[in-house]
Design a protein around this ligand. Structure first.
Ligand code: ADP
Length: 249
């Protein structure tokens, strides 16, 4: 089976020689709910940016369902839904407009967009809010809007960068339910998150990246099951954060 995502020996060096990603290889199988973890500055966003045409890799290859994400960027991008960490939307636009513009970007007709947006507004219970300016919505509703926007093109691979950042516990649980449903529908999900509880609850497979390299990879059970402290202990052990934390006291 063709993997949903195959990254081979990815390297990204920014100007002034800053090596953000250094020989990173990763395979995500279709249907997986994959956790991509690592401390700030580890290279997660850069990897996602290289997958989605925002940054140009210095070396290595990225295939999304077998399509070269660098050479055939447009074709690959159609297969991906991207839910970025920051709210990169016009704060005065309404949820319907925000999702509609992304549909336009993918070349969907007005009728296609309307049908899809009607469905997404209902699915994420955004109907009562769809005509309000984005800036007036609560944090949880804003997250749902960018999730709906990421799904407008019916992507096979959904990339979620910190999807519940700044969302309170109760609303986070609602978002988790949506994400589990999206995965159960057959979509592959790549998730980055700092909430290890979130990763433990949602993900099947995990890769931990540190200083631009994968330092641990396996099923959640392999990684979290081996230590009494579970995923958190395994994570701290391979990222060296535990030692830094102690040293900083
Ligand atoms: P993460 O998403 O894991 O926090 P990033 O991919 O954002 O990590 O960052 C990895 C490294 O690349 C960091 O050292 C960061 O400062 C650097 N970096 C990220 N974006 C740029 C950029 N546009 N120009 C220069 N350096 C960058």
């Amino acid at each position: 089976m063709i993997p949903a995502l195959k990254i081979s020996h990815l390297r990204k060096v920014y100007r002034r020689g800053n090596v953000a990603v250094d020989d990173l290889s990763l395979t995500v199988n279709e249907g997986d709910f994959f956790g991509f973890l690592g401390p700030n500055g580890a290279g997660k966003s850069t990897t996602i940016h290289c997958m989605t045409g925002i940054a140009e890799p210095t070396g290595g290859t990225i295939e999304i369902f077998g399509v070269d994400a660098v050479k055939n960027y447009r074709e690959a991008r159609r297969l991906v839904g991207l839910c970025p960490q920051e709210f990169n939307v016009d704060p005065f636009a309404t949820p319907r407009q925000i999702v509609d513009w992304m549909g336009g970007y993918f070349g969907m007709s007005a009728a296609q967009r309307k049908a899809r947006i009607d469905h997404l507004m209902e699915r994420f219970e955004l109907g009562p809010h769809e005509k309000k300016p984005f800036r007036e919505l609560s944090g949880g509703l804003k997250r749902r809007v960018v999730l709906a926007r990421a799904l407008v093109n019916d992507p096979k691979l959904l990339i979620l960068d910190e999807p519940t950042a700044g969302v309170d516990v109760e609303l986070r649980r609602i978002l988790w339910r949506y994400l589990q449903e999206i995965n159960a529908d057959g979509r592959t999900i790549l998730l980055t998150s700092h909430y290890l509880e979130e990763v433990e609850r949602l993900c099947r497979d995990i890769a931990i990246v540190n200083k631009g390299r994968i330092v641990r990879q396996g099923t959640k059970d392999e990684i979290a099951g081996g230590t009494p402290g579970g995923l958190e202990e395994a994570y701290l052990a391979v990222t060296g954060s535990a030692a830094e934390h102690v040293a900083g006291q």
